[in-house]
Design a protein around this ligand. Structure first.
Ligand code: LLP
Length: 418
């Protein structure tokens, strides 16, 4: 459930009409609902209230400072993949001691900074990374808490670009090499093996691959205990899907009931890294119809939002619902099957295809489920400024990122003298 609902035919974010926000901040824009973000976070937190846990929001999904601040206040930790993300956590008032650091290519300066601020754990993805981290920790007189990301070789049955737990993926340490890697990490004086983790993919709509991976990790934990390596936490990554269209992903409580059943009697803290399931349906992308046109019987609504703002449809062929901001019928609207396309000079620039809608020039459309992997994947392609981000909190509207100005688009560039 989210807090973007119609009242008398007009779309609202919590208690604010979307059209009011647009009058003030223009289009295109991203609008988030604070109550929805919090609700989704609590779906995890409430389910885990009775066991030791740490929910590290997968902040790559949406890393706006106000979003991080909202979740930090709820007690969230953060799953980061770069030093930029770590600095954002700190800036937003998050606790570095609740940060896990994932990623296949962490650089020395990033490891150093994370050691300096004292993060919760390094999710190490290769033997080479173990050695780098050990050397840096020793040099700094520290001991780095590590978890090894094990690639459980389980098919998450999701889009190939967002599936990460198969042998063919670049992520993690192969399941068969796990024990040897833990032995090595326990020999290195700069490291302390404290956990084990996996993340098999994103937008999973079935729990069975997640549970299969959990079972594989638990069996490794037992084998490690037999050789004297006692782990304190298990991190199952993120991955729970959301409803974009007709998908029926499990509710976090259903998934976590199964996880808790398996963890019963074990002295393990559960770490999770959910991103999309917290942020996706807490945001919409609002765009205005510039004009409509018909080419060879194909109807197009050309809107002011484009692939540089929201790339998921172009990049993954992702389907996101597109709805009118005002459902009242107006004379002049054509009802047809429209391709909703942006002004960018690429045929791949579309937000949705074959959508049956009533549209005329000036009409506002909302692309649903745009709170995760929306703004963060944006670019300045075609020298388009990035859209502003707005957070609604009941009846308060906060501009949490300004629209990029034209000047800002070349602020870091230099012309060269003849
Ligand atoms: N942990 C790790 C190590 C990850 O790589 C990811 C996402 C997450 C957690 C969060 O996963 P989530 O709960 O959001 O599924 N841009 C793609 C999604 C890429 C996901 C990358 N990793 C999309 O728009 O669908």
């Amino acid at each position: 459930m989210d807090h973007f609902q119609y009242r008398d035919g007009a779309l609202f974010a919590e208690d604010i009409p979307i059209s009011d926000i647009v009058s003030k901040f223009g289009t295109p824009c991203f609008i988030y609902s604070k109550a929805t973000l919090v609700r989704h976070f609590r779906a995890y937190a409430d389910s885990l209230a009775d066991i030791p846990h740490l929910i590290c929001y997968g902040m790559k999904a949406n890393s706006n400072l106000a979003v991080l601040q909202t979740l930090a206040k709820e007690g969230a930790g953060f799953d980061i993949v770069s030093i930029g993300e770590l600095e954002r956590v700190i800036k937003a008032g998050g606790d570095p001691a609740k940060v896990v650091f994932s990623g296949v290519g962490k650089q020395d300066f990033e490891l150093r900074r994370a050691l300096e601020v004292g993060i919760h754990c390094f999710n190490v993805e290769s033997l080479a990374e173990l050695e780098h981290l050990n050397a840096i920790a020793i040099e700094m007189g520290k001991v780095a808490p590590v978890s090894l990301r094990i690639n459980p070789d389980v098919d998450p049955k999701t889009h190939p670009y967002i599936s990460t737990g198969l042998k063919a993926n670049k992520f993690g340490i192969a399941h068969k090499d796990a024990i040897a890697a833990y032995r090595r990490s326990s020999e290195l004086l700069g490291l302390s093996p404290v956990g084990i983790d996996c993340h098999i993919g994103s937008q999973l709509t079935d729990v069975s691959p997640l549970i299969e991976s959990l079972d594989k990790l638990l069996s490794l934990i037992d084998q490690l205990a037999d050789i004297g390596i006692q782990l304190k936490h298990i991190d199952l990554g993120g991955g729970l899907g959301v409803t974009y269209d007709q998908e029926t992903p499990p509710h976090p409580s259903e998934y976590l009931a199964l996880v808790k059943e398996r963890l019963a009697g074990r002295n393990l803290t559960l770490v999770l890294e959910p991103g999309r399931s917290i942020a996706a349906n807490a945001g919409i992308f609002v765009t205005k119809t510039i004009l409509t046109k018909t080419n060879q019987d194909q109807h197009f609504a050309i809107v002011d939002g484009a692939m540089n703002d929201l790339i998921r449809p172009s990049l993954y062929g992702a389907w996101q619902n597109i709805v009118p901001v005002d459902t009242t019928e107006k004379p002049g609207q054509i009802e047809a099957s429209f391709d909703i396309v942006g002004p960018v000079c690429e045929s791949g620039d579309f937000l949705g295809k074959a959508r049956t809608l009533r549209i005329q020039e000036g009409d506002l459309l909302a692309v649903r489920s745009a709170g995760a992997y929306g703004f963060v994947m944006g670019s300045n392609y075609n020298t388009r400024g990035r859209a502003p981000e707005i957070l609604v909190d009941i009846d308060q509207v906060h501009l949490i990122r300004e629209r990029e100005t034209i000047d800002s688009l070349w602020a870091l560039e230099h012309t060269v003298d003849d």
